[in-house]
Every structure is written in structure tokens, then in C-alpha cells.
Design a protein around this ligand. Structure first.
Ligand code: NAD
Length: 247
């Protein structure tokens, strides 16, 4: 799984699954650009940890939902590292409400970050990957895209769109040396799930054969696997990491 000499961009890399992914990639000697939206201190802490692992790393502020900022992020990373081999579209948000109560703003905000975000970043980067005839794109989707979930119509649609995007883009660039895959986590212990009421998490555990939540590292290891040169014949796939909750 050696990623020596490769450079990765992880969006939303300052905490949770993104942070664990940055560290997992660095363990295999991959240099990392850590994108963050607001929390500079957290991003700098990740950069420090990455440097301790012996890789080159830098934090880059950008709101992925803003096309101009996404373009500027890719340009800044290209200037700093000269290449981007691995893209992990990880940044995501939730704005949960039952559909009867969901506002147009809650609908749009989630789509803008979770679906337009990957569009903005990927479209700014893809020509460079195609030109170099090598690339790994890994989109973080969700079990919610596969099963639906009460209060998450906006999120399920965005993550379902991301699966459709993954499969379509995989077909379009398959002969250009670029693979495109998705990872679909179940319920993982991060800030995103910290607000979920305990009684809901109890139900989640009851519905999960492994009877527990996942850890960010358990998702990150699958992302790292897909990023590696060895994963060369895997494209258009959705890898489920959910303790068996959805099979
Ligand atoms: P998290 O809230 O800890 O991390 C999300 C990250 O995205 C944060 O660092 C946040 O700052 C960043 N972000 C949000 N909006 C952004 C924007 N506009 N531009 C740039 N960065 C932005 O949550 P997490 O659980 O680590 O989530 C990571 C990804 O995994 C998300 O896409 C999420 O939807 C997905 N996911 C999480 C779970 C789970 O149970 N935690 C399950 C399935 C999928």
C-alpha cells in the first residue's frame, strides 16, 4: 500500500473521518493537503501530526461549496506540491428535519456542500489527473443513501447523487488511468453523530450485527486501500463500512 511520492487532498480534513484519512494516508508516506472550512487550529494540529509521521503537509482554507474557492484550493495545492494524485471528497454536513418541516434552505445547503462540493473540487482537479494518466478519487457517501433515514431527505439525496456521480465518472475516466470509488460509512463516532440522541444510537446498534458504532480509522483504512496503486482494477464501486447494518 505504499503511497510514497504521492500527494493527496482531503476535504474537510481537520476532524472526524477526514482527519483519520489524512493520518492513514501519511502512514503510507503520502503527502497531504488538509482542507478545512473554519477551524484553522484543528487543521494545523492535523498538519503537525502528519509532519510527525514524516510526510509533507499543509492546511488550506476553502469552502468547497463555493466554486471560486474550490478552484483556488486546487491552484494553491498545485503550486505548493506540483501534483495531486489522490482526492478524497470527504467534507459534508447535515441539516436534519423531517421532510414535512424541511425548509428550502436546509435542502439547498446540504446539496451545496455534499454534492456541489465534490463537483467543484473534482472538476477543478480532473483535467490534471487525466493529463498525467493517473488518479484516485474517493467520495465519502453514506449508508443513508442506500437505506434512507428519517429526517435526512436532503442528506440522502446528496449522498445518493454522489454514488451516481461516482459510477458515471468512473466510466468516463476508466481509460485515462483514473479510478473513482465511493466509501459508504454506517454510523461512525464523530462530531457529526455526537448530536444524535442516545436512544437513536441504541436503535442503530440494535440494527447493526456488530452492535456498535464504527470508528473513523475503520473508514480511513478503506479509503487508503482505494487510494493505493495496488487498487488498480477497482473502479465505480461503493465499499460499505457499516458493521453489517446494510448488506
Ligand atoms: P465531521 O462533521 O466531523 O466532519 C465533516 C468535515 O467537513 C468537518 O471538518 C467540516 O469542517 C468539513 N466541512 C463542512 N462543510 C465544509 C465546507 N463547506 N467546505 C469545506 N469543509 C467543510 O463529520 P464526519 O463524520 O467526519 O464526516 C465526514 C464525511 O463522512 C461526511 O461527508 C459525512 O457525510 C460522511 N459520513 C459520516 C458518517 C458518520 O456517521 N459520522 C456516516 C456516513 C457518512
Amino acid at each position: 500500500m505504499d503511497l510514497k511520492g504521492k500527494v493527496a487532498l482531503v476535504t474537510g480534513g481537520s476532524r472526524g473521518i477526514g482527519r483519520a484519512t489524512c493520518l492513514a494516508l501519511a502512514e503510507e508516506h503520502c503527502s497531504v493537503g488538509v482542507n478545512y472550512n473554519a477551524n484553522e487550529a484543528a487543521a494545523e494540529e492535523v498538519v503537525e501530526q502528519l509532519k510527525k509521521l514524516g510526510v509533507d503537509a499543509q492546511a488550506f482554507r476553502a469552502d468547497v461549496s463555493d466554486r471560486a474557492q474550490a478552484k483556488a484550493l486546487i491552484a494553491a495545492m498545485m503550486e505548493r506540491f506540483g501534483r495531486i494524485d489522490v482526492l478524497v471528497n470527504n467534507a459534508g454536513i447535515t441539516r436534519d428535519k423531517s421532510f414535512l418541516k424541511m425548509t428550502p434552505e436546509q435542502w439547498s445547503e446540504v446539496l451545496l456542500v455534499n454534492l456541489n462540493g465534490p463537483f467543484n473540487i473534482t472538476s477543478a482537479l480532473l483535467p490534471q489527473m487525466v493529463e498525467r494518466q493517473w488518479g484516485r478519487i474517493i467520495n465519502i457517501t453514506s449508508i443513508v443513501a442506500q437505506m434512507g433515514n428519517f429526517g435526512q431527505a436532503n442528506y440522502a439525496v446528496a449522498k445518493g447523487g454522489l454514488i451516481a456521480f461516482t459510477k458515471t465518472l468512473a466510466r468516463e475516466v476508466a481509460r485515462r488511468g483514473v479510478t473513482v470509488n465511493a466509501v459508504a460509512p454506517g454510523f461512525i463516532e464523530t462530531d457529526m453523530t455526537s448530536d444524535v440522541p442516545d436512544e437513536v444510537l441504541d436503535v442503530v446498534c440494535k440494527l447493526t450485527p456488530m452492535a456498535r458504532l464504527g470508528k473513523p480509522e475503520e473508514v480511513a483504512r478503506a479509503v487508503r486501500f482505494l487510494a493505493a496503486p495496488q487498487a488498480s482494477f477497482i473502479t465505480g464501486q461503493v465499499i460499505n463500512i457499516n458493521g453489517g447494518m446494510y448488506m
